[in-house]
Structures are given as structure tokens and as C-alpha cells.
Design a protein around this ligand. Structure first.
Ligand code: ADP
Ligand code: MG
Length: 329
């Protein structure tokens, strides 16, 4: 099977090409490049992610799970900008043309494309060690984008969902010993949280023009909070007791649970700051079913401060995951 045949069989499908708003794709797969229509008054939002085996996902996996996760983690960056997902491209490097693998992978990818309403508009296919590159395209009304640099002292610090599930999910999918009291539903919930992270893009749209700053939690709560604090030139105080956590994590000892909640990563919830003047939005969002939690506040100064109930400890400079080492975020 050649490269053209492979693309035609596995990627030029209705489920992938027409998953998003068809009006927006003026030209999709098949030409030298794709054409997207850009709405007047909007900005294009573009982000790329690469997935490497044993770095971003464990060597043991189902291809459909990998397909879903590849698009979801890339699309999380659009939610983090308060952007609407529109389309994506796929740069696929494969060691061989394993049809079972391609069938599963493209099905998982199509499931994510459907959930996120993003159309596959192009890509590249080459032979080599497995590598999955996804570039996502979104749009946001001019000036409504949610950047990392707008937080002000006095703002509330909020998250859009529970922390720690990504790291516990990784433990569950890599076959690590799990607590005996964890039931099958809880184990499956954690596995899904790793392989099919819920991208909070619809909630992200709610944050446009309202949040003063925000990002998605991919490196870990403290590390990503440190990114936001640094870009905004502020300090952040977090109350551990207010950080939301799923009931599945209650099966682990407190020290493990807290380490995952604070530094685990792969959660893909949105961490954002909300000016006091917009505090009433919290009630509106919660009434609409969004599990938003206020976990702290923005203060003057710098760094991230954690309150475990007995005073503040500083976490400025806590390292997040870095591919080329180093200790500062
Ligand atoms: P070119 O040689 O002009 O770069 P290619 O032969 O690489 O074109 O690709 C032909 C068409 O197939 C292009 O429209 C490209 O975007 C698309 N394509 C290639 N690989 C993929 C893929 N993995 N997923 C989706 N579209 C792909
Ligand atoms: Mg090409």
C-alpha cells in the first residue's frame, strides 16, 4: 500500500473530513494545501503537538485510544485560548503500513474529530519511527482570546474540573498495582481520563472576554500555575483543600493523591483567573453544569504559594515536565 492509497483508505473519510463545520473548509485533502475561510472580525488560532511513544503515551496501547488522545491533547490548546476548534492536519510517520493499526487509529481519530467538531484537512505521511504530529486550527473573536498574561491581583483563581486523574489514569493504563478497593467503574473512568481526556472547549468559549488569563493544565497544576504567574507578573495562592479531585483518587494514600493533584499533569482542565467583577458568572456556569472550582486567588509579587491549611509554602520554580532537562519552569 503506497502513501496515496493509505491516505485514501484511512484518512479521506466522511467521518474525518466532514467532522467540523463544512462551510469553513473551502478546500480539504487532495491539493497541495488546504484552504480555510476565516470569518471577518476573528483570528486564527494555531497550535502543534507531537506524540512520541514512551514519552507521551505508553508502548502498550490500543491504536483507537491513541488516535483519540492525539487529537484531544492538541485541541486542548485551542480550549486554553478560549477558541472554537475548526480543523486539523496530521503528520504521520509510521514504521510500516499495518492495516489493523491504521484502521483502529483512524477510527479513534474520527471519534475525537466528531466530539470536537474538527475536520481533517490535510497532512503528510512518511516512513520512519512512529511519530504523530497534529496541528490544530481554531478561531476566536478579535480581543476575546484567553492569554497567559492578563491576571491581576484580586482576581479569583479557578479550574474547570478535577486534578490528578491524568496521572492516576497513566498508572491505570500502564498496569501499575492499583488499590484493591478501586472498583471496575473507577478503574475504567481513570483509563478513559488518560486515553480520552475531555477537552473543555465549550467551556473555553464561555471564558472568552470574561477570564483575565488562563491555560490548560498539561504539565501539572503547580507548574502550569507558575507559567501563568510568570507571564502575568503576579503571585498565585492555592488552597489545597479547595482543589477538586475525583472520588476515584480517594483510594490512594493522601501523599500520592496530593502529588498527582499538584504535579501529575495530563489533566487538560482549564486553569483561569476571573476578575471579581465577573464573579457572578460562577453561579451561571455551575447552574449550567460546569464543575468550576475556585482554588485560590491572584496576589502581588511572584511565584505560586500553596496553603495546606497551616500557612503558605512557596512553590516558585517548581519544575514541570521538560524534555531537555533543566529545573526551572
Ligand atoms: P505534497 O507532495 O504536495 O506534499 P502529499 O503527497 O504529501 O502532497 O499529500 C497529498 C494530499 O494528501 C495532500 O492534500 C495532503 O494534505 C494529504 N495527506 C497526506 N498525508 C495525510 C494524512 N496523514 N492525513 C491527512 N491528509 C494527508
Ligand atoms: Mg507532503
Amino acid at each position: 500500500m503506497g502513501e496515496f492509497e493509505l491516505v485514501r483508505r484511512f484518512f479521506r473519510s466522511k467521518a474525518l473530513e466532514q467532522a467540523g463545520d463544512r462551510q469553513r473548509v473551502a478546500l480539504g485533502i487532495g491539493d497541495d494545501a488546504a484552504l480555510l475561510d476565516v470569518r471577518p472580525g476573528f483570528r486564527s488560532v494555531i497550535s502543534t503537538d507531537s506524540l512520541v511513544e514512551s514519552v507521551h503515551f505508553p508502548a502498550q496501547y490500543a491504536p483507537a485510544d491513541l488516535g483519540y488522545r492525539a487529537l484531544a491533547v492538541a485541541a486542548s490548546d485551542l480550549a486554553a485560548m478560549a477558541a472554537r476548534p475548526v480543523a486539523f492536519t496530521l503528520a504521520l510517520t509510521l514504521p510500516d503500513t499495518d492495516e489493523t493499526w491504521l484502521e483502529g487509529f483512524s477510527q479513534g481519530l474520527a471519534a475525537a474529530a466528531g466530539d470536537l467538531r474538527m475536520s481533517l484537512i490535510g497532512g503528510d505521511t512518511t516512513r520512519g519511527p512512529l511519530n504523530i504530529g497534529v496541528t490544530v486550527f481554531g478561531e476566536v473573536a478579535r480581543g476575546a482570546e484567553m492569554r497567559r498574561d492578563g491576571a491581576h491581583p484580586g482576581d479569583l483563581l479557578c479550574v474547570s474540573g478535577p486534578l490528578g486523574d491524568g496521572a492516576a489514569g497513566l498508572a491505570a493504563v500502564t498496569g501499575q498495582a492499583l488499590p484493591a478497593s478501586l472498583n471496575d467503574d473507577e478503574r475504567d473512568y481513570l483509563r478513559r481520563r488518560f486515553w480520552a481526556p475531555q477537552v473543555h472547549w465549550e467551556f473555553g468559549l464561555e471564558l472568552a472576554r470574561v477570564a483575565s488569563a488562563g491555560l490548560d493544565v498539561s504539565d501539572g497544576l503547580l507548574a502550569d500555575a507558575a507559567h501563568l504567574a510568570e507571564e502575568s507578573g503576579v503571585g498565585l495562592q492555592i488552597r489545597l483543600a479547595d482543589v477538586p479531585v475525583s472520588s476515584a483518587l480517594a483510594h490512594w494514600p493522601a501523599a500520592q493523591r496530593e502529588a498527582w493533584m499538584l504535579s501529575g499533569g495530563d489533566d487538560y482542565v482549564l486553569l483561569f483567573t476571573l476578575p471579581r467583577a465577573s464573579e457572578a458568572q460562577l453561579t451561571v456556569w455551575r447552574a449550567a453544569g460546569w464543575p468550576i472550582a475556585v482554588i485560590g486567588r491572584v496576589v502581588g509579587g511572584e511565584g505560586v504559594w500553596l496553603d495546606r491549611g497551616d500557612g503558605l509554602e512557596t512553590y516558585s520554580g517548581v519544575p514541570g515536565y521538560q524534555h531537555f532537562g533543566g529545573t526551572s519552569v
